[in-house]
Design a protein around this ligand. Structure first.
Ligand SMILES: Nc1ncnc2c1ncn2[C@@H]1O[C@H](COP(=O)(O)OP(=O)(O)OP(=O)(O)O)[C@@H](O)[C@H]1O
Length: 362
């Protein structure tokens, strides 16, 4: 076999090419989404995040072909559903499992019967349906609930049934709309880890549509930030959340601590002439609190933490802090070196001039 034999590239699991969708508004038209392009590789957990009204639902409806975009193409696993009809469309649609925010579980059907529904619609033989439903209920830990009705289940269990049903036809892609919005923190964590298992163990590509940053941070590999119907930022979660380039992402992160906000936050307080305001970000091994306690042990500085967000980012330790550091200019300079040497990414914020500059004090 020759070395230069080229292998045909596998198509992305989801490819959105310049999608625009307009709705009638009054006498005119208004764009709900505008020229959205996104390529999601197989096996990725892709987050799509945005505030209310950003266009998330419209995008979901276009991807799942509940709506046809006015412009652009949607390819699922290489197939363009827009030009398909009848059996061809039904069969292509089975490549995409969708869990809507409202779940749409049928109240008059048991858990097992709900999970069986897509298989009945696909006209599988009763034995094959029984076998697949049994397999799914076992995988999702729902065996004991097989004969119960949705109303007898908790929110987290209902979410699991909806995901199991969406995966009944073995789709390549799972589209999950706000899977955790009505759940308590513990149930949220279990639903998110279930979605991760779906990707890890079943190899399904997951598109997670949400307005909750914590969900993106917990399981997504990449994230697209949607604002006013357009993608304003897209990339690996670590990059986008640690170095947000757009105002929207900064607002989602609750970091509208531009200089302006910081000045408002500090109010009339008598500011130290020798104070520095720093945004610190840590990712990976470095324990944030260890680094900070090391800093005040090593240098003659005062540290005032104005804001802290410490947790996990896609299984890595992560910390974001806004701090006020007080001391002599030379010591502050050394302190920034110390923080950077211990893995912090440091951004200086100047609340007086409203100028933000990266790195050391001027
Ligand atoms: N059927 C429709 N007719 C007219 N306008 C619509 C329709 N659906 C959505 N829109 C408009 O499109 C824009 C995007 O709405 P969309 O529901 O997609 O946002 P969203 O991010 O899902 O918001 P939410 O999180 O509140 O559901 C909004 O301005 C909305 O008013």
């Amino acid at each position: 076999m020759s070395d230069d034999q080229s292998v045909a590239p596998t198509p992305p699991a989801v490819l959105l090419e310049n999608i625009t969708k307009r709705y009638r508004q009054g006498n005119g038209w208004s764009n709900a989404i505008t020229r959205i392009s996104l390529s999601v590789s197989k096996g990725t957990i892709q987050g799509i995040i945005g505030f209310s009204g950003a266009g998330k639902t419209t995008l979901l409806r276009c991807i799942s072909r509940l709506e046809l975009p006015d412009e652009g193409r949607v390819l699922i696993d290489g197939a363009d559903l827009a030009h398909m009809n009848g059996e061809e469309l039904r069969s292509a649609r089975r490549r995409l499992g969708v869990v809507f925010q409202q779940l749409h579980l049928l109240r008059s059907r048991t858990v097992a019967e709900n999970v069986a529904l897509p298989l009945e619609l696909a006209e599988l033989a009763p034995e094959a349906i029984h076998e697949r439903v049994t397999e799914l209920l076992a995988w999702f830990g729902l065996e004991a609930k097989a004969d119960q009705y949705p109303s007898q289940l908790s929110g987290g269990q209902q979410q699991r049934v909806a995901i199991a049903r969406a995966l009944a036809t073995k789709p390549a892609v799972l589209l999950s709309d706000e899977p955790t919005s009505a759940l308590d923190p513990e149930t949220t964590a279990s639903v998110l880890s279930l979605l991760r298992r779906v990707r890890d163990e079943l190899g399904v590509t997951v598109l997670l549509i949400t307005h909750e940053l914590s969900a993106v941070r917990a399981i997504c590999d990449r994230v697209a930030v949607l604002d006013q119907g357009a993608i304003v930022e897209e990339g690996p979660v670590e990059e986008v959340l640690l170095r947000p380039a757009s105002r929207t992402t900064q607002r989602l992160l609750g970091r509208s601590f531009g200089a302006e906000h910081l000045a408002a936050h500090l109010g009339e307080r008598d500011l130290h002439a020798g104070s520095l305001f720093l945004e610190l970000q840590f990712l990976g091994q470095s324990g944030t609190s260890h680094v900070l306690s090391g800093l005040i042990r090593t240098f003659d500085v005062t540290l005032n933490i104005l804001r802290a967000d410490i947790g996990e980012l896609n299984r890595s330790a992560y910390g974001f802090l806004l701090v006020e550091l007080g001391g002599e200019t030379g010591t502050l300079e050394q302190s920034i070196h110390f923080l950077e040497a211990h893995g912090a990414s440091v951004t200086r914020i100047d609340p007086w001039t409203e100028a933000e500059a990266n790195g050391r004090p001027a």
